[in-house]
Design a protein around this ligand. Structure first.
Ligand code: AMP
Length: 287
């Protein structure tokens, strides 16, 4: 594996691989099995795997956890190499951003719900950094977790609306044995919060069961999930049931939907979701 910090160097190296397909896995590091499942699929489906690690300041609000975001570059390098990453791109902020930026990008309706509602500008930062990374790496496929369902939907819009010549693949959420979605931020949960955090997954299972049992009314499902979550000390940020990938409000479940929750604990805000068919079947991959 080659570790590269410089954009030009990476582009030069990748340009020598003519004819080989590149699968790209963008991350913010502090790698866990969720990231590695993306790598594993990228390896199966491409000749070369490029991973990036970049904690993107543009996608953090002024009161968010940019400084506290967990980082361990040396550990990440070992893990990435062990799992077969070919090029690990770790740029500095100065390498990625001009001191004075003249261009901004903006997400519209799809950013006004779920995480976007309480994180103004977050998805603008996400699509800005990904536009840069897609241009730098020029992959055929880029792999993202369905754990960040809104991000996945928005990236799909980005690629479609701006004609990026690559395909976005969304892959199912990797969980701890008890169901908690793996997340770099889980390290900031206290022991009690770690137990309580299970209610995100359990409440989604309950919501899914309602849909499987034929309940289609969105309010009924959302209220049931909220009742489940209220048993924790965490503060509910949102519980929403939207059509997917449009991310519009619905009254009745009649197409693919995302049932999504976010809960704020003392030092970590956790999100989880199920992307479900109208019959309540969990989707594991979105091409
Ligand atoms: P992050 O480093 O948190 O920005 O995540 C990098 C990529 O890994 C994103 O596409 C995430 O959706 C994905 N990811 C994060 N957690 C998980 C998980 N538990 N299962 C699958 N993918 C994940």
């Amino acid at each position: 594996m080659e570790v590269i910090n410089n954009i030009q160097t990476l582009q030069n190296k990748l340009s020598l691989l003519s004819g080989k397909s590149i699968g790209f896995v963008p991350t913010m590091g502090f790698l866990h099995e969720g990231h590695l499942s993306l790598v594993e699929t990228a390896k199966k489906e491409n000749d070369i795997v490029v991973m990036s690690i970049f904690v993107n300041p543009l996608q953090f609000g002024p009161n968010e956890d940019f400084d506290q975001y967990p980082r361990d570059e040396e550990r990440d390098k070992i893990i990435a190499e062990k799992h077969g990453v070919d090029f690990l791109f770790i740029p500095t902020i100065d390498e990625m951003y001009e001191e004075k930026r003249n261009i901004t990008m903006q997400v519209h309706e799809q950013a006004n719900v779920l995480c976007g509602k309480n994180r103004p500008g977050h998805f603008d930062g996400v699509i800005t950094v990904l536009t840069k990374l897609f241009h730098i790496v020029n992959p055929q496929y880029a792999y993202f977790g369905m754990k960040d369902a809104q991000q996945l939907a928005i990236i799909k819009s980005l690629v479609k609306e701006l004609n990026f010549p690559l395909q976005i693949v969304g892959l199912g959420t990797i969980r701890e044995d008890d169901g908690l979605a793996k997340s770099s931020r889980n390290v900031y949960l206290s022991e009690i919060e770690r137990d309580e955090a299970l209610s995100l997954y359990n409440s989604l299972l309950n919501g899914q069961k309602l849909i499987v049992d034929g309940i289609k009314n969105a309010d009924t499902i959302v209220n049931e999930v909220k009742n489940n979550l209220q048993k924790t000390n965490g503060k509910i940020d949102y519980v929403e049931l939207l059509n997917y990938p449009q991310l519009e409000q619905i009254d009745v479940v009649e197409s693919t939907v995302v049932l999504a929750v976010a809960v704020r604990f003392a030092d970590a805000r956790l999100i989880d979701n199920f992307i479900l068919t109208s019959e309540g079947k969990l989707l594991e991959r979105i091409n």
